[in-house]
Design a protein around this ligand. Structure first.
Ligand code: SF4
Length: 404
């Protein structure tokens, strides 16, 4: 794909995002649609955010508590690891009580795949390369998934690349990872199973982008984007934003998981914000704050942090500006709904670039929060808060073999 093919009008900063399934930067790649429970993936569906619990799956209360936190943060789909019989046994209750679709993540033991399907999981992540006797059980897995109306995720990570492909390509190169993914895809398609998405994860941003680009050119499978082992929150966020940003800007990607060595809820926050800033999810609260400089007459860092913390749960698409001086104050931030320009121990509070009042410095945060909450309440009352801003985008469906 080339940026030369863009044929859309440019979007003005601040324009509301309504068609969240469309990218303002580039037409989305045409992929086929699968369902993960009620959440559509691919085929132009809004890009979903996934995460994975890090509790012991067999500890049902702890796992459900974490799923509730992930859901509140905007997670659409959750994955749980199933490395033992106790974990597999916990799946029915987790699936029954989870507010979002549950994917079982299974390596090595095909019997857990069948248990996960029986438990009502919305999808199963399998790695055919390390499922024992996959040649024999693969068709049965496909049949069980088809009968239950669920989808699968397949694919490869740089660390789990097949030895032969590793040797042939000299390492986990984009060609090697895509060859592995194609081999797996054909194993499923050869038995008539098409309801799967693919991931081809690598920890290196450039290799990851090249790999997904290559895979995207080979077929219409929905793609699950991930930078594997991306690192702690700071590095992992940068890597994920670079890699996902590059691919999403080209229209590639149908569902994302930000992998961080951090609490899973942080992964969801990064994923949701990333999509918001790419114009692929309705925007919530956003802050514009200056970096401050020698002209600053207030502690901008402290002020911006306090305002962000005070408004972090607002779902209305409100933009608040915090400027350190009046030189570049209301004018520079006139695209904000509300803001402050500080100076001389006071703060000029402005709405849409017009100063409405001046308050002492110690009342700036309180005043901004009060007005922001009023604006947000008005927006909600007037129906100006997009539905997708308050939770996952779901399409209710009825699986053929399962009650609603
Ligand atoms: S708004 Fe004022 S304090 Fe902030 S960076 Fe610009 S000139 Fe400096």
């Amino acid at each position: 794909m080339s940026l030369n093919t863009v044929d859309k009008p440019f979007r003005k900063t601040g324009d509301p995002v309504t068609l969240t399934s469309e990218s303002p930067l580039h037409p989305r790649r045409k992929s086929r649609r699968i369902m993960v429970g009620p959440v559509p993936v691919g085929g132009g569906a809004p890009i979903s955010v996934q995460s994975m619990t890090n509790t012991l799956t067999a500890n049902v209360p702890a796992t459900l508590q974490q799923i509730a936190e992930l859901t509140a943060a905007g997670c659409d789909i959750v994955r749980v690891a199933v490395p033992s019989q106790d974990d597999a046994d916990a799946l029915p209750e987790i699936v029954r009580k989870s507010p979002i679709p549950v994917i079982a993540d299974i390596h090595f033991q095909s019997k857990y795949v069948f248990q996960a399907i029986d438990a009502g999981c919305a999808a199963v992540r399998v790695n055919p390369g390390n499922i024992r006797k996959f040649d024999q059980v693969g068709p049965d897995i496909c049949k069980a998934a088809t009968d239950a109306g669920i989808s699968l995720r397949i694919g490869v990570n740089a660390g789990s690349l097949d030895k032969d492909l590793y040797a042939k390509y000299g390492g986990p190169t984009p060609e090697a990872l895509v060859a592995s993914a194609l081999k797996e895809a054909h194993m499923f398609e050869d038995v008539g199973f098409h309801d799967f998405k693919i991931s081809v994860k690598h920890h290196d941003v450039i290799t990851m982008v090249q790999t997904y680009r290559l895979l995207a050119s080979k077929g219409d499978w929905p793609l699950h984007l991930g930078v594997t082992e991306a690192g702690p929150a700071w590095q992992g966020t940068i890597k994920s934003c670079l890699a996902f940003g590059a691919l999403l800007a080209e229209g590639i990607g149908d569902t994302i998981r930000v992998s961080l060595s951090a609490p899973p809820v942080e992964e969801v926050k990064v994923g949701c914000k990333l999509l918001e800033y790419m114009g692929l999810r309705p925007r919530k609260f956003d802050i514009i704050s200056c970096p401050s400089c020698g002209r600053a007459q207030v502690d901008v860092i402290q002020l911006a942090t306090a305002v962000t913390e005070g408004l972090k749960d607002i779902t209305a698409p409100i933009r608040v500006a915090v400027m350190g001086c009046i030189v570049n104050g209301p004018g520079e931030a006139r695209e904000a709904d509300l803001g402050v320009a500080s100076g001389n121990g006071k703060g000029q509070i402005f709405i849409k670039g017009k100063v409405i009042k001046t308050v002492p410095e110690d009342q700036i945060v309180e005043t901004l929060l009060d007005i922001a909450n009023d604006i947000a309440a008005n927006m909600e009352a007037n129906g100006e808060v997009p539905a997708g801003a308050t939770g996952p985008v779901v399409i209710p469906i009825q699986h053929p073999n399962r009650a609603a």
